[in-house]
Structure formats: C-alpha cells, structure tokens
Design a protein around this ligand. Structure first.
Ligand SMILES: [Zn+2]
Ligand SMILES: [Zn+2]
Length: 178
C-alpha cells in the first residue's frame, strides 16, 4: 500500500485524521489530532517509527496541546480506514501488554493514543523484539520439541498453517526464513 493523499476517518472515533509528514522517514502518517490521538500506519510506515532512535518529532508536535477528548472503546472491532476490512487485535510482543489493531488485508495498523510511545519503550529495536518472540517460542512445549527434532522450518510452517496469521507468527517466519 502506498502513501495516499486522501484524508481518512479515524477507525476509533470517526474524526478526520490529519496527514503528518515525517521528514526523516519521508512518509505521511495519519494522526487523529482532533479526536482520540490514534495513529494509522501501513506496514512499511510502522517499521519506520517503531524503534527508539527513529524520529517522531513531527507527530509529537502535532499531538502537543491536544486533549484528545474523543471517547473510544478499545475493545470494539475496528474497520480498516484504508481498505474497509475488519481489523484484528494482536499483542505487539510476547509481553502481551500492548494490543493493536492489525489489518490482514492491507497490512495497516491502528494504534490508540500513547501506544506508539509504549511500543518504542518495550524494546529498543525490532531485532530485540523478534529475538524475545523466538526465545519465548523455543521455551514453549512446541519449541522444545522443535529443538530436538531440529527441523525448525518444516515444523514452524506446519504450526503456522494451523493458526491465525498473527504478528508473532509473522516474526517467526522472518526469523526462521521459512
Ligand atoms: Zn480518533
Ligand atoms: Zn486494510
């Protein structure tokens, strides 16, 4: 999904989202500056802002002095503002503390106000996040079994076929290269 210039409505509160241009990353990010403070990102955009060293100044400035009075129900099923598919709630890491809305159709992600900061504090880099996920998996009963048979790629693929396409399993795919 490329950058669009079309204004989108916030999937959490319905307000028009504002395009904030991130100079360092060279992309427009949709931010709900007048409603709930949520952020919509496509998959490529998320990778440009989820690590601590990546610049977010323009988003922080746009958020400053806003109250984000719009009430949102974080448990409600949200509709992807980019493609109209139902979004799915997933934890951002094995810690399971932060739940974001993922769109499996177009790869979009919606983060409620404050979640991006929280995600960036969770792990310093994507590498650390992925390693923690793999470690957690290897210490699980399935993971221990995998270690013994040493056929990681094959078995992980089979495990993944039987499960949903969650962010964690996408990470396993990335780490094991299957
Ligand atoms: Zn909103
Ligand atoms: Zn979508």
């Amino acid at each position: 999904m490329g950058d669009t210039y079309e204004t989108i409505d916030c999937p959490a509160c319905g307000h028009k989202m504002k395009k904030i241009f991130l100079k360092d990353a060279g992309v427009n990010i949709d931010v709900c500056t007048d409603g709930c403070g949520g952020i919509f990102l496509d998959n490529r955009e998320f990778k440009l802002v989820d690590e601590q060293h990546e610049e977010l100044d323009e988003i922080i400035q746009a958020m400053e002095n806003n109250e984000f009075a719009a009430k949102v129900d974080e448990n409600a099923v949200r509709i992807c503002p980019a493609c109209g598919a139902k979004m799915v709630k997933n934890p951002t890491s094995v810690k399971g503390e932060i739940i974001v809305d993922d769109c499996y159709t177009c790869g979009g992600k919606f983060l409620d106000h404050g979640e991006l900061t929280h995600i960036r504090e969770e792990y310093a880099t994507e590498q650390e996040r992925a390693e923690a996920a793999v470690r957690a998996f290897l210490y699980s009963p399935e993971g221990a079994e995998l270690n013994m048979v040493n056929k990681v790629g094959d078995r992980v693929q089979r495990k993944m076929d039987g499960r949903n396409n969650s962010a964690l399993f996408k990470l396993f795919t990335k780490m094991f290269g299957v």
